[in-house]
Design a protein around this ligand. Structure first.
Ligand SMILES: [Fe+2]
Length: 229
């Protein structure tokens, strides 16, 4: 029965997915620095002040800058054979925080700017229905996750090994990720993401987030994760 359901979800994810041909990635021959991605097309989005977005883009650039900085520092310490020294180890511990801060912001901005609701014929919608009972149940849980006290992220994760969805709380940027999981929908609930505009009204910000989700992007992520496994 589970096998049949998996095949059904797999097929409907393909049929419901919004294009994006799957291209096999080539391994790069050279290693460059991480580059800042441009999300300026989000300016003017309903429910998001332009100043809030511009400030958020600036913070995101800081994560890219620091990720590159830490890579350079680790490399230079290694070249001096200082891998067992405290600075090297301290930077090593910090690396995941900066890297995840960079990548999560790219995923967050990347799943904003949409205008359409989640396609009910998509595999993602069907899996949400199966795992949460209904879209409304899933949304309630995703919002509750995002309303948790603390600074972090609410993330809809797919466990591709068992074809299961989870709404997950990520503390700061780096605690709580599901190993081997695929990030389908990412919502920033650090205070900087909403307080300058919404003050303590985090629920108001989450409402604005939902009005701007790019569900086609989320379906693409889901589709690529299902195909890849
Ligand atoms: Fe943020």
């Amino acid at each position: 029965m589970k096998k049949i359901l998996s095949i059904f979800l797999f097929l409907s994810s393909i049929l419901g997915a919004s294009s994006a041909p799957l291209v096999k990635k080539q391994v790069k021959c050279t290693l460059g620095e991480y580059e800042v991605r441009d999300f300026s097309h989000l300016i003017g989005m309903e429910g998001f002040d332009n100043n809030l977005l511009k400030m958020h883009f600036t913070l995101y650039r800081g994560y890219v800058k620091n990720t590159n900085l830490l890579i350079r520092l680790l490399k230079s310490y290694a070249a001096e054979h200082q891998e067992r020294d405290y600075p090297y180890q301290a930077i090593k511990r910090r690396f995941g925080w900066e890297f995840d801060g960079m990548r999560l912001h790219e995923l967050y901005f990347g799943n904003l700017g949409g205008k359409k609701p989640l396609d009910h014929s998509s595999g993602l919608y069907r899996m949400i229905q199966r795992d949460f009972g209904s879209y409304e149940n899933w949304k309630k849980d995703f919002i509750a996750t995002g309303m948790m006290r603390g600074i972090g992220w609410s993330i809809l994760y797919l466990d591709p090994k068992e074809d299961r969805l989870f709404n997950t709380w990520i503390n700061e940027h780096d605690t709580g990720h599901l190993a081997g999981g695929d990030l389908i929908l990412v919502m920033d609930v650090w205070e900087h993401a909403y307080m300058p505009q919404y003050g303590l009204n985090r629920a108001g910000y989450i409402d604005a987030f939902f009005k701007n989700i790019d569900w086609e992007r989320a379906i693409d992520r889901f589709h690529n994760a299902v195909i890849r496994r």
